[in-house]
Design a protein around this ligand. Sequence first.
Ligand SMILES: Cc1cc2nc3c(=O)[nH]c(=O)nc-3n(C[C@H](O)[C@H](O)[C@H](O)COP(=O)(O)OP(=O)(O)OC[C@H]3O[C@@H](n4cnc5c(N)ncnc54)[C@H](O)[C@@H]3O)c2cc1C
Length: 511
Amino acid sequence: MSQELSVDVLVIGAGPTGLGAAKRLNQINGPSWLIIDSNEKPGGLASTDVTPEGFLYDVGGHVIFSHYKYFDDCLDEALPNESDWYTHQRISYVRYKGLWVPYPFQNNISILPKEDQVACIDALIDAALEARVANTKPQNFDEWNVRNVGTAITDIFMRPYNFKVWAVPPSKMQCSWLGERVAAPNLKALVNNVIMNKVAGNWGPNATFRFPARDGTGGIWTAVAGTIPDSKKRFGKLGSVTKVDAAGKKVTLADGTTIKYQKLVSTMAVDSLVEKMGDAEGVKLSKDLFYSSTNVIGVGVRGQRPERIGDKCWLYFPEDNSPFYRATIFSNYSPHNQPEENVTLPTQQLANGQKTDGAAKPGPYWSIMLEVSESSMKPVDQKTIVAESIQGLINTDLLKPEDEIVSVYHRRFDHGYPTPTLERDGALKDLLPHLYKQDILSRGRFGSWKYEVGNQDHSFMLGVEAVDHAVNGAVELTLNYPDFVNGRHNTERRLVDGAQAFRELELRQKS
Ligand SMILES: Cc1cc2nc3c(=O)[nH]c(=O)nc-3n(C[C@H](O)[C@H](O)[C@H](O)COP(=O)(O)OP(=O)(O)OC[C@H]3O[C@@H](n4cnc5c(N)ncnc54)[C@H](O)[C@@H]3O)c2cc1C
């Protein structure tokens, strides 16, 4: 039955951003609030599907790397036991000319065939010399690549790989978002490695990572949502926003319920928000935002995990012998990501497409999860993409033609990657303040559309900081200063803050 509700702060969306906002509202225990989501399950793009055969798949490779103590606090509160997690060493390669080149590619050209090594070093020397005299900044991601890694690595890896990931040519993307995300090579170390025939060590922000033992990445967010009082949550049809009346500060839900608010923290995609507001100006501004879709394809295989797969985590594919840009050996993340060995499943097909007698047989099982990007600049045929992906697995030696496939999964996520195009910042500069003036804080991966702060930890903190801003006027560092938060470990905020800790200590001493 429809109702008329009223809260101080309404949070739309129970993905990481909305849950961050909700956790903070719960902690400060000040304004009245509610969190709503059109999905029955929390987690948004960070949730997990289970196939009828019992294989789990995230929305593509999700790895936690936290820049924030507050985020860690909330995850530790939700999944407190050591047995709730597995910790993994990142084992990651790039497939190139039939080789597995350790990630990052540009630091490991010592693995490449000699003629590629020569071309890469030649171009890197040119790039280093040019960098000495350059007096302008690169104008786009493609130029950034050429300047940082030279023309040869750009041609064989950066350009084709990034087009496969983003579904947008790098020349149409800006480069100010890059920060810690792309490893710029050290020419001296690289030449040294080539001569000594050595491989560069683990680079980057996620050299080790932890993964939930049960229920995939989505398990984290169901657990976080479980720490929020039920009375504050409306999920499913009861939480599906059909209309936002900004002037009347009122949201209408699919069941006819209306919720009045003072401040709205919206984490749905901002282009969809402005449509639901019927805001012509907002719609016009949002037209300059570009995104790509993500096709997630999962393949469950019978048999012992083969030697050639080993403990690889995720793998990158710049070449055109596979439609996917990334493959994750999802069964390596947790033994609970696939059915147990004694579960019997029929073989649906062999990897080469051949059908079998269809008799159910036991495992063991292992699985691969693939990501294929899609946009108006890189269309994907939904009818053939699964077969093309399985062929790509054979082409890249991840599957053998006679491997027994027992489960196939495919789901397309319309909003997958918020593209940092050349036009993006101009659009956001006007769009977010336009909404803010109407007491709407649009935040999150697609709420504020900044890929550089679009991971789970960032998204969660975008929600936390939006609440602190709405309630106390605090500066939103993650939204406004991505380089700053990405360049440090942000330890200032805690789930139990200083005053709370003292109060709790006092209570314990009294009792
Ligand atoms: C392919 C891929 C790979 C990724 N890899 C990583 C990774 O390795 N590490 C990492 O940390 N992050 C990764 N991410 C990012 C991570 O998924 C996001 O950070 C996170 O999900 C964004 O959270 P959000 O809350 O901003 O948005 P979302 O997760 O999109 O949540 C928005 C919520 O709003 C709800 N909503 C929408 N419309 C309505 C409506 N009308 N009414 C009510 N509710 C509505 C939706 O149901 C959804 O639950 C990846 C994402 C993708 C797509």
